[in-house]
Design a protein. Structure first.
Lengths: 622, 309
């Protein structure tokens, strides 16, 4: 027994010593910064990445034709990176637009290989391919040839019979043209020609998007290249020195980067944690100089304790509630059907949207510095003249921004107007100040304290006027599926922009879109011919009266996508948002903000409207 | 050990394999039956990409066929497949990375718990009802009743944020100190109490009185007879405890940002990363089954009177 005890003692000591290995040694003069954005990124392959933290890391590791940068006034702009210049496109007779870029001289990969135009072509084809299955593969939708890549066909078995999925009973679909390519060519080592299906206003911004970053040829046939520093070849400001999974990713300055002399920070340590409390502890004790998340309960305290270090930055996104367009909310015994019923429902949904006090919601409940929303296209999206898109949304006659007045003074009149509207359809008990025959509904949200608190607020407001709304929460993945399939009446929703163009808030609502949670143009709504679209004033022949959603909204979106005149295009986008908001199915609550903390010793840091953070030009003082 | 016992052990091993097979089968069908899928996201994947990915990971085939393929890959090739969400990484590597940290954390915590617990328990028993005993009992009761997330948060606040003695993240060796302490407190308290009650029981036995009567020295009685026999419940507890620590460190790993298996396990379920869910479940289930088996065998080793049949 004594031996056993001794053995245990020795074992414990050995384990303790083993745990305390030698510390990492680095050049003492190298500047470094410790930051924490989120937990382990799902991937650091720029083509596969779809997360904001992953995009930040990719922006430090890769360099595309264009990039985000700060100009002299501190304004964020898109500037050429690998390309000599961001040239204008040449519009052909068929409406297709050709861009010809010349790459800078002497571009290298981090391993010293030359970077050529062909590498970019191969990278783009890989990123867009169905076989890679990238979340953001559709970012290449604007490039000619993408339609062939994304086409589907029924899967056939060895005997040529259609394979049927056992669960759904539908045929199994597979990509129709696995070998289809984008219309992108390398004219020579340094010249790349891209043909877009039509003019795209946000093309330069796409060039700066991680999905458009080039990857080294060795990545094309190696699924695992992006998981290990030894196979991680890149072309950006940094190289990946180490990746301790779930723990830390260390980036070190890349001497082969074409603008290496502009990079100030030598080493960036991205710590990987998903616990906001832990992040805050590390920030408070000075180990991490930037943390990209804070505990919601602490926001008020941090605002006063760290006025200069706690940052509330704008983020292009909207938190909203969506209705299932097919949900029947009319009182029992009403005789409305078809278009008349849908028009009534739209009026009711819009009225209900006005009952909520968005100022109270953001100040007392969400508490993250969010701003009350009066439009679906988020704040931060701009018109061609640089003005805010949401400020010119809605009727031009009113004196507020967006589709309804969200100022604190307007709340009372909004509420009263909403009640008057609802009285047209439901029985109002004047003594109790409540509606008595509003059908019961269920509000669906994904399990999360923040969403729950908001749900409870909405529930409380509705209960105060006699509308019963139950709350139901589902685990995230189940929730996504339920909402996507339209198996709900009202649900929590949110949308963050991928690029700074309102179209990314609008094209998601076409009847064929995978993000169309409202179910526009699906189910009973599919055959409902009640929408009008008149584009004759904009120089088009399109004029539809009493058309279906597909015949109007879908057409409008495809018109916007092929519109070459920027002014018209923005007017059409306002028109599309008008159509959406008229249905009342989308109830914007607030515009998202990006909360983070950055130590005041850090200078030269900036972040872009998409939430990407840039550390390469940082210095740490003191 | 006689042949009867060997036969018993062989039987138990077979039972363990059966248990693991049942776990694999149930988990496989349950995880595939749960609504949602690995390709669900805030932003919908294009239908072509989803079709290509389903084909790539064999998810376009009927579930029973996927099950048979999975089982045969594990049995014949010990291949757990690639993770669907952590693109480019093999499940076995992800588990290996996580388990290394979790096991290190767990083993150190278990070692500390064992040594401290036995010593404290013995001291408490020998000083029964004295002030030392009372203090030890009060402290252990507190540690047993206090959940690890409270203990962890307290330690983090005091030692990492206020005093800044240890880092607040478990990415370095020094950063493991706080999580190890947090993890070891509950088992230490438990072992202390186990040792104390067992020791008190042993000290009241006739053979101890006989030894004392024969004039055997106090130390020899305690270390040679009393302690040895009072360790039986501790040793049988040790196996399951180790499994509990390694598998149950998810909360502690989260509080201290320790790169263990816990986060992968939880995320894999949220993401419906089927191969990773299966892999982590199998490894953790096997760990518990094996530790229980070792516990049972140890029971026999330390007390030959026990008949395993």
């Amino acid at each position: 027994m004594k031996k056993l005890l001794a053995l245990i003692l020795v074992l414990s000591t050995v384990l303790c010593v083993a745990a305390c290995g030698p510390a990492d040694t680095t050049d003492p003069n190298a500047t470094s910064i410790n930051v924490c954005l989120a937990s382990e990124p799902q991937t650091l392959d720029p083509a596969l990445n779809s997360a904001v933290d992953g995009a930040t890391m990719c922006a430090h590791l890769f360099s595309g034709l264009a990039k985000w940068a700060q100009d002299e006034d501190g304004k964020l702009v898109i500037v050429p990176d690998l390309a000599m210049a961001l040239v204008d496109g040449v519009v052909g007779e068929d409406g297709k637009v050709t861009y010809t870029y010349t790459l800078k001289e002497g571009l290298k990969w981090s391993n010293g290989d030359d970077l050529t135009a062909a590498h970019i072509v191969d990278s783009w084809n890989r990123a867009a391919s169905a076989a890679l299955g990238a979340d953001y593969g559709y970012m290449f939708e604007v490039v000619d040839g993408y339609a062939e890549i994304s086409a589907l066909t029924e899967k056939l078995d060895e005997n040529g019979n259609v394979v049927i999925d056992e669960e759904s009973g539908e045929p199994v679909m597979v990509p129709a043209n696995p070998d289809a390519k984008l219309n992108v060519t390398a004219k020579d080592e340094r010249t790349i020609e891209v043909v877009l299906a039509n003019a795209v206003a946000y093309w330069n911004e796409l060039l700066a998007f991680p999905t458009y970053y080039p990857v080294h040829p060795s990545a094309l046939d190696n699924d695992e290249w992006a998981t290990d520093p030894s196979t991680y070849i890149n072309n950006g400001p940094y190289v990946m020195k180490s990746w301790a999974h779930n723990s830390m990713i260390t980036l070190e300055k890349n001497d082969n980067y074409h603008a290496a002399d502009t990079v100030k920070m030598d080493i960036i340590n991205f710590y990987l944690s998903d616990d906001a409390n832990n992040m805050l502890a590390n920030f408070k004790n000075g180990e991490w100089l930037l943390i990209d998340d804070v505990p919601v309960d602490e926001i008020k305290t941090l605002e006063t304790e760290y006025p200069d270090e706690f940052v509330i930055a704008g983020q292009i996104g909207t938190y909203y509630v969506c209705w299932n367009v097919n949900e029947d909310i009319l009182p029992e015994g009403n005789e409305l059907t078809g278009a008349a019923a849908e028009a009534a429902k739209a009026e009711i949904r819009n009225a209900i949207g006005l009952l909520f006090d968005r100022n109270y919601l953001v100040d007392a409940i969400a508490q993250g510095g969010q701003l009350p929303a009066s439009s679906f296209v988020a704040m931060g999206m701009t018109n061609p003249d640089g003005s805010e898109f949401y400020k010119t949304a809605g009727s031009a006659d009113d004196d507020f921004d967006g589709y309804y007045d969200v100022s604190e003074d307007a709340q009372e009149s909004n509420f009263a107007a909403a009640i008057e509207t609802l009285k047209k359809y439901y029985t109002w008990d004047d003594a109790a100040k409540k509606f008595t025959n509003f059908p019961s509904m269920t509000y669906l949200y994904n399990t999360n304290d923040g969403h729950k608190a908001i749900g409870e607020y909405l529930q409380g407001v509705l209960a105060s006027v006699g509308i019963d709304m139950q709350l139901e929460n589902q685990e995230w993945n189940v929730f996504l599926e339920t909402r996507k399939n339209g198996e709900y009446s009202i649900a929590r929703n949110g949308w963050l922009a991928d690029y700074n163009d309102p179209i990314c808030f609008l094209d998601m609502w076409t009847s064929i879109s995978g993000n169309n949670d409202v179910q526009y143009g699906k189910g009973a709504h599919k055959d409902l011919a009640m929408y009008n679209l008149d584009l004759t004033a904009y120089g088009y022949e399109t004029k539809v009266e009493n058309g279906t959603w597909a015949e109007t909204f879908d057409v409008l979106i495809s018109t916007i996508k092929s519109c070459t005149d920027n002014e018209t295009r923005y007017e059409l986008m306002h028109l599309a948002e008008d159509m959406l908001m008229e249905t009342g199915c989308i109830v914007p609550l607030y515009y998202y903000t990006d909360l983070y903390m950055v130590d005041d010793s850090v200078k030269g840091f900036f972040s872009n409207p998409l939430g990407y953070k840039y550390f390469m030009y940082c210095t740490v003082e003191g | 050990m006689n042949s009867k016992n060997l036969l018993y052990i062989a039987k138990r091993i077979l039972l363990c394999l059966l248990t693991i097979w049942v776990v694999i089968t149930v988990t496989f069908f349950v995880v595939h039956a749960v609504p949602g899928g690995p390709f669900n996201g805030e932003k919908a994947l294009s239908p072509a990409a989803e079709a290509a990915l389903k084909e790539k990971y064999g998810l376009d085939k009927p579930v029973w066929q996927q099950y048979l393929t999975y089982l045969s890959d594990i049995v014949t090739k010990f291949d757990f497949g690639p993770s669907i969400k952590l693109r480019g990484r093999q499940v076995i590597d992800i588990i290996g990375d996580g388990m290394r940290t979790s096991a290190k954390l767990g083993l150190i915590a278990a070692g500390i718990a064992l040594v401290t617990g036995v010593v404290l328990g013995a001291v408490a028993a020998l000083r029964r009802n004295k002030i030392v005993d009372r203090v030890i009992m009060v402290i252990t009761t507190a540690f047993i009743s206090m959940p690890s997330f409270i203990m962890g948060t307290l330690l983090l606040l005091i030692f990492a944020v206020n005093l800044r003695v240890f880092p607040a993240n478990g990415t370095t060796a020094a950063g493991l100190v706080l999580p190890v302490i947090t993890l070891s407190l509950y088992p230490t308290a438990h072992i202390t109490r186990l040792t104390r009650s067992a020791m008190l029981d042993v000290l009241g036995q006739d053979y101890i009185r006989t030894a004392r009567a024969k004039g055997v020295s106090g130390a020899k009685i305690i270390f040679g007879h009393a302690l040895k026999n009072s360790l039986i419940p501790v040793i049988t507890y040790f196996g399951p405890m180790l499994a509990y620590i390694v598998t149950g460190s998810i909360v502690v790993e989260k509080i201290f940002a320790v790169p263990g298996i816990g986060r992968d396990f939880v995320n894999s379920i949220i993401n419906r990363d089927y191969p990773l869910v299966m892999g982590t479940t199998i490894v953790l289930a096997s760990l518990i089954v094996i530790m229980n088996l070792i516990g049972d065998i140890m029971y026999k080793v330390v007390d030959p009177r026990i008949n395993l049949e």
